[in-house]
Design a protein around this ligand. Sequence first.
Ligand code: BDP
Length: 662
Amino acid sequence: MALSTLPFGLPERGSGNPDVLTRRDFLCRTATAGLASLAVPGVSPLAGGEAVAQGGNGSPADPTSVAAPHRGLLYPQQNQIRNVFDLSGIWEFQMDPDEAGEAQQWYATLPSPRPIAVPCSWNDLFEDARDYLGLAWYRKEIVVPSSWRGQRIFLRIGSANYSAKAWINGAVVAQHLGGHLPFIADISGQIAWDGRNVLAITVENKQLPERVPPGPPSEGGVAGASGGFPRTTYDFFPYAGLHRAAVLYSVPAAAHIDDLTVITSIDGSDGVVNVKVTTNGEYQGAGRARLGGIEADLAFHAGSADITMRVPSARLWGPEDPHLYPLTVSLTDAGRTRDTYTLSIGIRTIAVHGDQLLLNGRPIKLKGFGKHEDSPVSGRGHNLPMWIRDYELLRWIGANSYRTSHYPYGEEAMQLADQLGVLVINEIPAVGLNFDVPEQLTGQRLAQCRQQLRELIARDKNHPSTIMWNVANEPMGGSGSGRGSVVPRAVPVGMEFFRQMYADAHRLDGTRPVTLVGVQGGVRDWHAIFDVVCVNCYYGWYSQPGQLELGTQALAREVDELHRAFGKPVIVTEFGADTIPGAHSTPPEMWTEEYQVEFLRGFLDVSAERTFIAGMHVWNFADFRTSQGTMRATGMNFKGVFTRDRRPKMAAHFLRSRWGGK
Ligand code: BDP
């Protein structure tokens, strides 16, 4: 039987259950009143991976001069044709609170720079930078190898949180909004071949209401998730800076491979692999595809080629056997390779059937965590050793999955998930959305969400580990997360917003389920749109505090109601209790290690009795930094089952025995 590769369509509106359960009172994350007239000074809403602007002399890029969109976001690759020059290392850095640098041509020279590491967040490096979210400059001098001359050269910035602008030798080459996805600029025309080049990048991370995640209201209203500082609408530290590597890469100046899209399906014991190759222009020539030992010719028309290859007795990708096949695609001319790119692909299907989530046609239950990219000193900056350690601990504890809460993670993390067989719910940074806000604000946020989803899918569509797209975390219809605070007119506004997001996701990728992560007692109607119902539940913590039994009863009621209302798989995407390592009590009391263990045990017991529960993700894998506030001792969220430096709490040992960790 061939499993469909395009299983998802737009469902009809379902019946949300209007009963108000409990709500988490402290989570009043509002962004309302009087924001309609706010503008974004100096920032044009350029698209992301496509955000290539040509300017000159450091003048702000003119959005009307945006170069031909370059849509592929393939991970830069060093091979016999292509080159990569990683710019990680020590750069010059200077904060610019008055935003005077551009007028003073700081893109040429910084008046009083200090050294900084790239990639890294700036916040935990300098005494005066911890809470600084304004504009800052990065500068580096680079010499481009002369052997690259005659090729097309791109600058690719992996992640600049949140708003960025880049100059090469005084000319603006890129602008980008959105803090967690790569963007590229064709800089071939800007390079000086006879000496040094000056690369300057500005980054700022102001918490503005029209961004995603949205900032809090500029005055009045309620501050951050925990009422703390810096003020945010979410519960993690608003780290800022160049968080992932910036690289230069070269591709052939003439036709080159711009993008690859791989869709796999299963036919009996065969794997069926469809590959779509697009080039930068109207390439009409020949090419070659090699998948493992199978080879085929490619014929390009108007710049693209399509091929379907069959792998007999395929090894299907999954947590037990994360087998990857090397797929190499080349452009050829009279037998010579003109460009080539190799991708590791997994043959697998992911589908929803009734209330089951199916991996390769079989029901799968996710065991794992919501995570963060967060580590001491580096902040949100790329930390590969930490990722290797985290995957080791996921294996140790017996987890098979995690969610990229609350933003896309680094590309290397996705590659490791492919290699190690870890299933990923991949999320855009749409956390803290509230639909009881002026229409204009909702429109601006929708544009941001759509851009970030487009970029995320462009970047991660070929990872077998990504099994689901998530378009928002705990959106609200009023000033709090519970139904008690929902303003009725906000519900249809959210409905329209999410229908658009759902349609976009399936237009860009018809092969993966799309979800929305709701919250206990939150708006139910929005779940009707999506393929899987995801819900965050803190019964026994924010509600029924100290009363574990009442908490698990409330959880059982909530998931049963969601199942009855929608008949879809349900994933509890967050549940957890803050736990100070080393605090103990019997009987268990909140904040102790015993309480965390019993809390998690109760939730897992509820899940074990229900086949429609397709996953349980503990909040959180590790303790993480957040804003300072009365809810967050030492500026930390302590719901980790590991400490921030990855020492196990009692709960980690409990989960390991429960999940059969190795
Ligand atoms: C949930 C949020 C998550 C928070 C968590 C908590 O999705 O970001 O960190 O609550 O309060 O509402 O610990």
